[in-house]
Design a protein around this ligand. Structure first.
Ligand SMILES: C[S@@+](CC[C@H](N)C(=O)[O-])C[C@H]1O[C@@H](n2cnc3c(N)ncnc32)[C@H](O)[C@@H]1O
Length: 229
């Protein structure tokens, strides 16, 4: 296990200084990961799995940049954020400057389908496919193609009782079983699931169709590794 050079609380505070998207679009599902979930994911990747410090990190669908910026703060060699929306990448660049990680980060405006290469670690909080069906699958396919280690957030199929359990353990990661569908999907790419954790995502009222001021729902974090040939 790596020595923890950055306190989780400090990481959360730094990530809470990330400025929001100026005009989020519903069809791109531009919800921002909370500082709590981002810090939990990054801490696990950095200090339990050694997948951040000194590594090249790709943040697919980076939005305002929280995951890439957090990777740079924890000591990634380089963190690259890709988003199809130029307003998102412009905001991410401003955020990287604000948090003094401009030199360690790069921001690219493009569709993830045009990204190729080999990256130590891919992090992603993709669209869950609520607005555009199967949007999440395109992300997972790309992550498994280009990443040796993948941290991917997905919609959970847990029921409301499980939400209560998560609410009691706010920002805690609870081990759960993978969805049989995602397990088969991931294994088809010669990759294996190391762990799956459920956690709680909370999003503020962003779009007209949102009824509540804040909405909390369970999500699953998949930690995946490419099998050695
Ligand atoms: C749920 S948001 C997550 C944003 C950011 N990763 C975060 O967690 O705060 C998904 C992001 O994926 C981007 N996106 C959607 N489809 C994309 C595509 N085909 N290629 C690149 N980015 C895409 C959206 O613009 C949006 O910023």
């Amino acid at each position: 296990m790596r020595k923890r050079l950055v306190r989780k609380l400090d990481l959360k505070i730094a990530l809470s200084n990330v400025k929001p998207h100026p005009s989020p679009k519903a069809f791109l599902e531009q919800y921002t990961i909370t500082p709590e979930v981002a810090a939990d994911l990054l801490y696990l990747a950095a200090y339990s799995h050694d997948d951040i410090i000194g590594k090249t990190v790709m943040d697919l669908g980076c939005g305002t940049g929280r995951l890439a910026i957090g990777s740079a703060l924890l000591g990634a060699k380089k963190a690259i954020g890709v988003d199809i929306d130029s307003a998102a990448t412009k905001t991410a660049l401003k955020n990287a400057k604000r948090l003094n990680v401009r030199n360690k980060t790069q921001w690219i405006t493009t569709n993830i389908t045009s990204i190729h290469g080999d990256f130590d670690t891919v992090l992603q909080n993709p669209p869950f496919g609520v607005q555009r069906r199967k949007a999440d699958r395109k992300f997972l396919e790309k992550a498994l193609e280009i990443g040796k280690h993948v941290y991917s957030l997905h919609k959970s199929n847990k029921d409301r009782r499980f939400l209560k359990t998560l609410e009691k353990h706010r920002s805690r990661l609870i081990p759960v079983s993978p969805s049989p569908f995602l397990k088969r999907f991931i294994e088809r790419y010669d990759c294996e699931i190391k762990d799956v954790y459920a956690t709680l995502m909370t999003i503020p009222h962003l779009f007209d169709f949102h009824r509540k001021r804040r909405h909390s729902f369970p999500i699953d974090l998949y930690i995946i590794e490419r099998k050695e040939p």
